[in-house]
Structures are given as C-alpha cells and as structure tokens.
Design a binder for this molecule. Structure first.
Ligand code: NAD
Length: 342
C-alpha cells in the first residue's frame, strides 16, 4: 500500500450472505473513487487482495488520463459456492451507502445487470442498470477501444485504411464482440477466439467472422491484436509469439508486469496502453454521477482517441514505450493534484 500510494483497503465479511470481499481505494485526492465489483473464484484472500490493488491503481491512472475529477478503487468478491449472490450484493450496496459517496461502483467481470440491480436497490452510489442509470457502459468502452486502435493505425501509417487491416480479437464477451462488430462495419478482416466455444460460434455466425483456436491466438499474423478477455496475458512467453504490429484492446492490466511494455517496445510492437483505451465506461459513469449528464458515446470515443494519439506521439518523440509515457503522465498528474491539495 505504501509503495503504490494506497489510501485505504477494507475487508468485508457478511455472515448472513457469506460475502467475503476487499475494497481497495487507491486515490481520492481529486474526487470520489470509482471502481466496479469483480467476482472471481480467487484461490485465496492473498490473490484477491493483490487483484484489488492492481485494478484500483489502474482505475486511478484511467481517471487521471481521462481528466476526471475522480480517483480509482476496486472491489473484489471471493466467489464461493457458499455465497448467497443476491444477498451478498445487497450487503455491498448497504456498505457503499455507509461510505456516503467516497466510493461509486459499477459492473466488472462476474458482476452483470442482475447483480447491479441488487446493489443499486440499496445505494445511490452504484450504477443502476435500468433507465434511471447512465446506460450503455460497455458500448462506451467499445467505442474508446475502437478509436484507440484507429489512433494507433494512424500513428504508424498516417491513415486507418480499415479494408486493408486484419485484427485478431481475443475474447468475444461484451467488449470483444462489440469491438469485432465495429471493426467489421469498417471493412476490417476480423479473426477472433473465445474459450467459451458456444459463445464463439454464436458471435462468429452473427458477424460473419473467422474463429481461431484460443491456443493459437498469439501466433496469428495480423495488424492488430486486441486483448478483450482477462489481464496478465502478455508476458515473456506470449510476447515472443506475437506476429502483430499493434497491441490494443479492452482487457484491464493486459501486461503481466509493467516491464512487459518495454519488451513489446523492443520487439517493435506498438502498445496502446489498456488504461488509456478502455476508460469509456468509467468516463460515462463518472460524468453521469458527478455532473448528471449522459455523455454521448461518440464524444467519449473521440476523447479517448485523441488521448491515445497524444500518448503515442509523445512516446515517439521521447523514444520511450507508450506504456512508460502513459504511466509517467498519470503519475505526474496525480502528484500535481496531491500537491495542490497540500
Ligand atoms: P466478459 O466476461 O463479457 O467477456 C470476456 C470473454 O473472454 C468471455 O467470453 C471469456 O470466455 C473470454 N475469454 C477468457 N479468457 C480467454 C482466452 N484466453 N481466450 C479467448 N477468450 C477468453 O467481459 P467484458 O465485459 O467483455 O470485459 C473484457 C475485458 O475488458 C475484461 O478484462 C474487463 O476487465 C475489461 N473491461 C471491460 C469494460 C466494460 O465496459 N465491460 C470496461 C473496462 C475494461
């Protein structure tokens, strides 16, 4: 916590529902901390706690680079057969309400509409999935990722030139399927994979895209490899296999360690940092809660595309990796606002 500048980590235990969870609040120096609820079958509390810390810090970077008056947090829930899911999420809602607006929450892996309805029934500080809420969070993420990929192509070649591009999308969940659709609409050739074979076949039929075996997703020759599944997938072994020019996608914390941003750079692969590209849902949710407005999706996409273009340009000027430049810029902004606060 001290090394990464964390403010607070709270362990939750609700005997009635069997809920065991951690809330990591990384930074609230610029405003309330925003972060969704991830429910996962973590092996133990240590693994869950580490995940909450990594994800919360990434949320702070997202907020800083998206120039939001907000900071980063993340709740992780240990998914266990003994957990009464609706009651557990209601307990989370009561807890958010008790925090009184210090933490705003929304969906994440393992937390969908049904779970968010349970949370939002108990607190004002959660994304309501119904008509009262900000709406279209995943669509905002997709648009940001799409515009970020476009910025990366323009950065390398001066134009997006979609009909001549091949993209490989890893994961066809909410973000991956939406991104694949957007790419197809623009004429790109899309190949994709999903560990859930039924889902993969459904989406590929709907979009008319080619499927690849998940075991070969890193080996595909393509312009863009778009990770839209889980984090930590790029490490020494997988980076050595990549045959793409650009890595740009929606998955959080796609690099196993930040040094892997340098590995990609050394291999001549342009990495558009995930926390720049996948901030769309956060931007939409934060502006809704903080300013009471539903920011149009295309405006969010343009904003993220412009930030990505600026980071990539600065990386080129400095001869540094985009991952390093994005982290440094986020840290500088954080330091400045902490200094202003005194
Ligand atoms: P999701 O659960 O709907 O989809 C993820 C999909 O990836 C699943 O279908 C799963 O079967 C598949 N998958 C997992 N490992 C795989 C692998 N190795 N190869 C191929 N497929 C694999 O999740 P989502 O909402 O689409 O989010 C995807 C990623 O984007 C996550 O990392 C999430 O944290 C991040 N993200 C999502 C949003 C959002 O608005 N939904 C916002 C920011 C970041």
């Amino acid at each position: 916590m001290a090394r990464e500048g964390f403010e607070e980590v709270i362990a939750l235990h609700d005997a009635r529902s069997g809920l065991r969870a951690f809330l990591a609040i990384h930074d609230s120096s610029a405003g309330p901390a925003f972060g969704g609820i991830r429910r996962w079958a973590y092996e133990d509390e240590d693994q869950a706690l580490r995940d909450s810390l990594r994800l919360a810090r990434a949320m702070t970077y997202k907020c800083a680079l998206a120039e939001l008056s907000a900071g980063g947090a993340k709740m992780v829930v240990l998914d266990r057969p003994t957990l009464d899911v609706p009651a557990g999420y209601r307990a989370i809602g009561d807890f958010a309400e008790r925090l009184g607006g210090r933490w705003y929450t929304g969906p994440d892996v393992g937390t969908g509409e049904a779970e968010m309805r349970s949370v939002a029934a108990r607190t004002r500080y959660a994304t309501d999935p119904g008509p009262e809420g900000p709406g279209q969070l995943a669509e905002a993420t997709v648009e940001g990722v799409f515009r970020g990929i476009e910025a990366a192509l323009v950065h390398l070649d001066g134009q997006a030139d979609w009909p001549r591009r091949t993209a490989v999308v890893q994961g066809l969940g909410e973000v991956g399927a939406g991104l694949a659709k957007r790419l197809v609409e623009h004429g790109a050739r899309v190949r994709a994979s999903d560990l859930d074979a039924e889902r993969a076949v459904d989406v590929s039929r709907q979009l008319g895209i080619e499927l690849v075996d998940p075991a070969t997703e890193f080996d595909q020759a393509c312009d863009v490899f778009a990770p839209c599944a889980l984090g930590g997938i790029l490490h020494d072994l997988t980076i050595a296999r990549l045959r793409c020019r650009i890595v740009a996608g929606g998955a959080n914390n796609v690099l196993a360690r930040s040094a892997h941003g340098e590995r990609l750079h050394e291999r001549g692969i342009l990495f558009a940092p995930d926390f720049v590209l996948n901030a769309g849902a956060l931007v939409r949710g934060a502006l809704f809660h903080l300013e009471g407005r539903r920011e149009p999706i295309d405006a969010i996409g343009r904003r993220i595309g412009a930030t990505a273009a600026r980071i990539l340009e600065r990386a080129r000027e400095d001869g540094a990796s985009p991952a390093r430049v994005a982290i440094d810029e986020a840290e500088d902004r954080l330091a400045a606002r902490r200094a202003r606060r005194g």
